[in-house]
Design a protein around this ligand. Structure first.
Ligand SMILES: Nc1ncnc2c1ncn2[C@@H]1O[C@H](COP(=O)(O)OP(=O)(O)O)[C@@H](O)[C@H]1O
Ligand SMILES: [Mg+2]
Length: 244
């Protein structure tokens, strides 16, 4: 993917959450967005997803400007599969019904075809034994894997994750990160907001570090972690890695 941000600003009321952010990332396959809490990471990924409009400035994905126009956004959002920190699944629907829902309502696939596609997708990720269970009867890790399977079943071009493992117990984090890494190895491109620095370093090509509504530093992941240039990133990494 090719992502470019130009003078991107987002305000909520009086509060400026992203402040005149510009950066051109060229051709990358996987991007990690890291930084302290409240810095604007979720706001940035939601802007990229076309879920909220910028206050000013532009986003270009694959050289196409994201327009604040409903007809454009309906098509644009079909290209993206978004997975959030938690509560991704509809609680009253089974795993397979959750996967089928966007196939039927967003992609207008007939119900029986959607069921077949959803089944294949759950099988592919070893989730078939859970297909008739409600989310409440799945572990957090299984729920997130179903949510990722749903994004894949919809054949979205890119996956966007906002802290997909932050609500999980540590032993469940690995199974979700493994699944994302498996998709990466198959060539699926994604953007992930994460506090898992090992994952950002080893499973993402490129990293953007955001704090206080600004991109403080960005670069190829290996060099950014081994040789952080700014005091902000140095102190962020030392704080987050202190107990590792
Ligand atoms: N819908 C909103 N209305 C008002 N303030 C918001 C809204 N969404 C986020 N914020 C504020 O914007 C800042 C950045 O939030 P966020 O993008 O969620 O940061 P991060 O994901 O890095 O923790 C925070 O101070 C948050 O309180
Ligand atoms: Mg966030």
């Amino acid at each position: 993917m090719n992502l470019s941000l130009k003078h991107l600003t987002k305000k909520f009321g009086e509060k400026t959450v992203l402040n005149d952010v510009s950066c051109s990332l060229g051709e990358i396959r996987s991007l990690a967005i890291i930084g302290p809490s409240g810095g604007g990471k979720s706001t940035l990924i939601r802007l990229i997803a076309g879920l909220i409009p910028p206050s000013s400035g532009t986003i270009q994905l694959d050289k196409q400007t994201v327009l604040n126009d409903e007809a454009f956004l309906i098509e644009y959002r079909k290209k993206l599969g978004m997975v959030f920190q938690a509560y991704n699944l509809f609680p009253h629907l089974t795993a397979i019904e959750n996967v089928m829902l966007p196939l039927i309502h967003v992609h207008h696939i007939p119900k029986e075809t959607a069921r077949k596609q959803a089944k294949e997708c759950l099988q592919r990720f070893q989730l078939e034994e859970h297909e008739d269970k409600l989310p409440a009867h799945l572990s957090g890790g299984q729920q997130q894997r179903v949510a990722i399977a749903r994004a894949i079943a919809s054949e979205s071009k890119y996956l966007l994750f906002d802290e997909p493992t932050s609500a999980l117990d540590p032993e469940l984090t690995g199974e979700v990160l493994d699944m994302i890494n498996e998709l990466r190895q198959e060539g699926k491109e994604f953007i992930v907001v994460t506090h898992e620095m090992g994952f950002a370093k080893n499973a993402c090509d490129y990293v953007v570090f955001i704090a206080d509504g600004k991109i403080i530093e960005h670069g190829a992941s290996q060099s950014l972690f081994s040789d952080p240039q700014t005091t902000e990133l140095q102190s962020f990494l030392s704080r987050i890695l202190e107990w590792n």
